[in-house]
Unconditional design. Sequence first.
Length: 330
Amino acid sequence: MTVDLSIVVPVLNEQESVACFVDAVTPIVESLGLRYEIIFIDDGSTDATADIVCGLQRNDPHIRLIRLSRNFGKEAALTAGLDFSTGAAVVPMDVDLQDPPSLLCEMVARWREGYDIAFGQRVERRSDTGTKRVTAGLFYRVFNSISGHPIDANAGDFRLMSRAAVDATLVLRERNRFMKGLFAWVGFRSIAVPYERPARVAGTTKFNYWKLWNFALDGITSFSTAPLKIWTYVGGSVALIALIYTAVIVAQTLIFGRDVPGYASLMVVILVLGAVQLMSLGIIGEYLGRMYMETKQRPIYLVKDTAGFPPSQDRADGQFVPRDAVRAAE
Ligand code: UDP
Ligand code: MG
């Protein structure tokens, strides 16, 4: 049994928002006349989120729950949801209603017109703080200038994807998952659906600046090797400058005699070159670390248990089942 529309919702400690979300989404998808499922992925919540979803699931056969064995991060949780989804179209949504459910109507309309991807595009970022707007703007500028697959600075994970686009995305099993980049990478016919992003309905954001910084590093290292290659040119330029400077010093010594070299200039050269070398090593480390994680081939997430899935789909059986292993066994 498959459905027309799967709504995939990663949740981490969202006990205040889950019921509001279901109440807001249900009338809209019902009005569209589609067979649908709402898949919650509990990303290791420590509050009552999973219990609340289970409670809702008992009264509403459209609701399904996947519980991960711990917090794997939003990208992994989203991947789990996409893996378990059966819809002919899939829409990942945040539970805090920052992705307005009313937009689903237009997304579905675009899909029926033949688009594979209808992505929500924020027309303004008024609900974000000034710092977040500036840092996000900077990130997209850097990302788009060095990655071959530009992403819309105002698009998030909120988008409708056809089954073809979802399956294409799921082929990419990398461990460092930057979903927005993966969605862009697969291509397909896509169209923007503009909207104003409201503030969170309840609870607090699950992302601090340290998490966002690492998310940005994941994004850039996943889609560009420019930071690795730049050092050839930095090194080349420094070598050229050094050569010119050497010529100047030799000429000075020959013409004006021996000069006592300055402490200040020496220190500056040592410190600057030291810093440049450490930075380049650090960047190599960022890539090497990620390569190390990739080579271990650990599963992207582990499922603890599931609820609400039809028996044929409920493959977890309350065990710690890595979804990749399940796929391989099929
Ligand atoms: N989330 C998650 N795992 C995490 C962090 C966040 O599943 O490790 C979920 C969270 O519950 C929410 C969505 O991802 O449904 C978006 O998070 P949030 O609203 O905190 O992000 P923001 O809108 O502030 O960027
Ligand atoms: Mg949010």
